[in-house]
Design a protein around this ligand. Structure first.
Ligand code: DAT
Ligand code: MG
Length: 152
């Protein structure tokens, strides 16, 4: 088994549109364990570090304005191949290219308001987890359904 953790964020549009529960519920029903969760308003400096791979691109400024425009809900999710499975559940960056059944296809219209973030690699997941969460905000615990979620 490849149990991984990944960093997921409901972006400001997801919060304002009342979709936090819908999005969290999809991950919970899939069997992901919530190891950390909090609402915050991302300071500009944190937004710049989070998206530093996009520094210099033409959309960097509007991306920073978007992500700092209101509260977000950040999560650490744990599960089998969590990074890629969460990315698949999110769908393509442009919701118009995302497959039906994915979060972005079902709940969003355009790239600049694509309602959810998920780490794109295990390295990004560790980097983003460290940016957004302290050790005491991350929990280790056993869920009683684990023996039915996984083969042993
Ligand atoms: P993803 O969020 O799917 O990992 P990304 O890391 O390439 O996509 O980009 C981060 C965010 O930046 C993305 O969710 C929305 C915005 N973005 C990406 N490409 C863009 C583009 N060509 N024009 C406008 N915004 C873009
Ligand atoms: Mg990305």
């Amino acid at each position: 088994m490849m149990i991984e953790q990944t960093f997921v964020m409901v972006k400001p549009d997801g919060v304002q549109r009342g979709l936090v529960g819908e999005i969290v519920s999809r991950f919970e029903r899939r069997g992901f364990k919530i190891c950390g969760m909090k609402m915050m308003r991302i300071p500009r400096e944190l937004a710049e570090r989070h998206y530093e791979e996009h520094r210099g691109k033409e959309f960097f400024g509007t991306l920073l304005s978007y992500i700092t425009s209101g509260p977000v809900v950040c999560m650490i999710l744990e599960g089998e191949n969590a990074v890629s499975v969460v990315r698949t559940m999110m769908g393509k960056t442009n919701p118009q290219d995302a497959l039906p059944g994915t979060i972005r296809a079902d709940l969003a219209q355009v790239t600049g308001r694509n309602i959810v973030h998920g780490s794109d690699s295990p390295e990004s997941a560790r980097r983003e987890s460290n940016l957004f969460f302290n050790d005491y905000e991350l929990q280790e615990y056993r869920k009683p359904d684990e023996e039915w979620l996984f083969e042993r």
